[in-house]
Design a protein around this ligand. Sequence first.
Ligand code: F6R
Length: 242
Amino acid sequence: MEIVILPGPEDVAREAARRVAGVVRRRPGAVLGLATGSSPLGLYAELARQVADGALDVTGVSGFALDEYVGIPLEHPQSYASVIRRTVTEPLGLDPRRVHVPDGRAPDLAAAADAYERAIRAAGGIDLQILGIGANGHLGFNEPTSSLASRTRVKTLAPRTRADNARFFAGSEEVPLHCLTQGLGTILEARELLLVAQGEAKADAVAAAVEGPLAAICPASVLQLHPRAAMVLDEAAACRLR
Ligand code: F6R
């Protein structure tokens, strides 16, 4: 795995955006896997700046979100459909018809999960999957003990994740209990993985993912299996690496 350690979060955003832009320039019809959460926000803002400056053309780019909460309305500001629209689709000027989010409101969630897998395959697979990491080592919403071969499916959010994500809601009780998430097996099929992490709160998870055993207890350790995986970290997130 390639590990890049940079002084601060702005450096992480710039370096990660440089990598994403490189993929898009090489492949104008690139399919990007899109994480939500705080970690990639600087990266998305930097890409939007390049698009606004005319330095990057994303006309042909498609996107697939990593995950979605189950049971919150589409228009809820914290549904990942809303978050992706606000932080990626609109700022980059992507065609909304090319940006996909799992359907967490579907009456048949297992069918929605299978449909999402088919949509990714029909798009030709994901060229570059952008990832954050949970403080508990989760990847997407694949919580500790998720199968390393898992596919898109319903998962129960870990209490730690609900507590961590309470900052986006009025309180932790408002954080949904379930989600639809790409599986670890789904994520591993992307041609390239790019994980960004900032801040000391991620340092233990980063160290476990990079230096710990490959183990379901730290889902992000699956990056060790991928031939083209990179982590772009700031010094605080990297501080427990040996
Ligand atoms: C988001 C996702 C999660 C986050 C992780 C880190 O789509 O799948 O794995 O990447 O929870 O969240 P932040 O970036 O908010 O610290």
